[in-house]
Design a protein. Structure first.
Length: 149
């Protein structure tokens, strides 16, 4: 359960049933990589387990969830420290070891000289009341204005 996920070596989803309280109760542990299980799918898994166990289940998710802002901060730091470059090099090396031919597909747009992790911009003028309502909605949902828009 505690091993890191490596999709080249193992399935990106693991489960364990652990007897607790002297075997009187069972703890079902499900650990999944985000590519294998999103929050919507997790709800379906919970429903299925509850159905199988006849309602004798109390789903409890760990506190391991992070906010989008925390993820964005990590992503910027990872890009700045070369983390992604190392991961890409590792993946390219791994793929090269398979001896597959390199595809030469035409790009839609010319590639930039350097990768920046920055998107484009679109200027929009919002009515003051619309902007206020959007900011209020973002605050209530603990989200950024960018996520709401």
């Amino acid at each position: 359960i505690i091993l890191p996920f490596n999709p080249f070596e193992r399935a990106p989803c693991r489960a364990a049933i652990i007897p607790i309280c002297g075997g009187r109760d069972l703890l079902i542990v499900l650990v999944a990589h985000h590519v294998a299980l999103d929050l919507w799918s997790l709800g379906l898994v919970e429903q299925e387990v509850a159905l199988i166990l006849g309602g004798q289940v109390r789903p409890k998710r760990s506190g391991g969830q992070i906010s989008r802002a925390q993820f964005s901060t990590w992503q910027r730091q990872a890009a700045a420290t070369g983390y992604f470059d190392a991961q890409i090099s590792r993946s390219v090396g791994r793929l090269a070891s398979f001896g597959l031919p390199v595809l030469s597909l035409p790009p839609d747009f010319p590639r930039p000289r350097s990768f920046t992790c920055r998107g484009g911009e679109v200027a929009v003028t919002l009515d003051f009341e619309v902007a206020r309502l959007l900011e209020e909605a973002a605050r209530e949902r603990h989200m950024t204005l960018f996520e709401i828009v």
